[in-house]
Design a protein around this ligand. Structure first.
Ligand code: PMP
Length: 381
């Protein structure tokens, strides 16, 4: 595997480029320009206690982060924060597992089935199988799910990997049996039009994909039900006794700058991100059109309440397909491009997930390789 930290030093034209992970380095340039306004100074005597707010149910949540999260959602209009509990996590990866644990532990019978509609975010499979819990069981594609008993549906919208807008697909008359976790990692204006203020029972967000600060490992859940929130907090206590305060303070600082600049004409991060993503998608669509062997999903336009106009969607991943009978992940690898196999996302060999969030030079090398790629038939029918 290519070491990501070397990517700037190696001669890109001949190196392997890794677009398997969605490492969001694309936004570094913006934050470099913002300069010292996001700098946080932490002294040796600061932030030493385990506790952030002993009066709060989520006692390891820094109050200034809680405030910054609420204000940002208010400014963007993408999610309701009133009358809910905020649970902070080490990335939304930890929170998704906490939510699955919480809902399963509160269910009448176990194991609780966990499903997501294909193509799904492949990490859900690892998250729900790795520890071999007896409380829940990964049951795969929600489109095919017809098992009796309690279940949890993971709904990602916009979806990773294919960028579509999603709702639940399991249709059960007995509503009590089904619980939903809404993963809104990409429901931000640079990726998709903000058409409504989301108002679901459990909503997950991640700092990683809003601003690109994946290294801080901060995510949050907005949770309506007190018992569910309590169980999620319990899970995080057992798992890591809370969440890094340094990370929370830095996140609060950056979210505040994000909110302050989000109405500015010149410094609006979302406008910057939207233009960058639109530009990348237009270039990619151009190469795909020329190639005649690749294909991409089309996305409808919608009115974005944040930007106040009708816009398209520019997802963080390209769900690239081929018309040829070929194993696309292998073909890309042959041309030194690492991508995520469609099969890992519950789809097939003719599709891959490619990150659109790499640094600009890496993205341009990807386009160049794609444009010059000759595919070899490798699937036996
Ligand atoms: N959900 C989705 C849909 C994601 O794409 C990601 C990041 N790849 C996550 C959750 C996890 O994000 P975090 O970095 O906060 O763990």
């Amino acid at each position: 595997m290519v070491k990501l930290e070397n990517i700037n030093n190696i001669f890109l034209s001949d190196s392997v480029i890794n677009l398997d992970h969605g490492d969001p380095t694309a936004y570094e340039e913006y934050w470099r320009k913002i300069g010292d306004r996001c700098t946080v100074t932490i002294r040796g005597c600061d932030l030493m206690s385990y506790f952030s707010d002993v009066n709060s149910m989520c006692w390891f949540l820094e109050p200034e982060l809680a405030e910054a999260i609420k204000e940002l959602h208010d400014a963007v209009g993408n999610a309701a924060t009133e009358d809910r509990y905020i649970v902070v996590g080490t990335g939304s990866t930890q929170l998704c597992q906490a939510a699955v644990h919480a809902l399963s532990s509160l269910a009448g019978t176990q194991p609780v089935s966990v499903v997501a509609a294909a193509p799904y975010y492949s990490t859900y499979v690892e998250e729900t199988t790795y520890v071999r819990s007896g409380m829940y069981k990964w049951e795969g594609d929600a489109w095919d799910f017809d098992k009796k008993g309690p279940y949890i549906e993971l709904v990602t919208s916009p979806n990773n990997p294919d960028g579509t807008i999603r709702e639940t697909v399991v249709n059960r008359p007995d509503e009590d049996e089904g619980k939903v976790i809404n993963d809104f990692a990409y429901y931000w204006p640079h990726y998709t039009p903000i058409t409504r203020r989301q108002d679901h029972d459990i909503m997950l967000f991640t700092f990683s994909k809003i601003t690109g600060h994946a290294g801080s490992r901060i995510g949050w859940a907005l949770v309506k039900d007190k018992e569910v929130a309590k169980k999620m907090v319990e899970y995080i206590i057992v798992n890591s006794i809370g969440v890094s305060k340094e990370s929370q303070i830095r996140t609060a600082k950056i979210l505040n700058v994000l909110k302050e600049t989000c109405k500015s004409e010149t410094e609006n991060f979302f406008k910057y991100g939207h233009e960058m993503m639109k530009n990348r998608w237009e270039k990619l669509r151009g190469v795909v059109k020329e190639s005649n062997v690749f294909c991409l999903p089309k996305y409808p336009e919608a009115y974005c309440n944040f930007f106040g106009k009708t816009l398209g969607s520019y997802p963080a991943f390209a769900w690239l397909g081929t018309k040829e009978e070929t194993d696309l992940v292998n073909e890309l690898r042959r041309h030194k491009v690492m991508s995520r196999a469609g099969e890992r996302c519950g789809s097939d060999k003719k599709r891959v997930r490619v990150s659109m969030l790499s640094r600009e030079d890496v993205f341009n090398v990807f386009l160049e390789r794609l444009a010059n790629m000759k595919l070899i038939k490798s699937i036996d029918l």
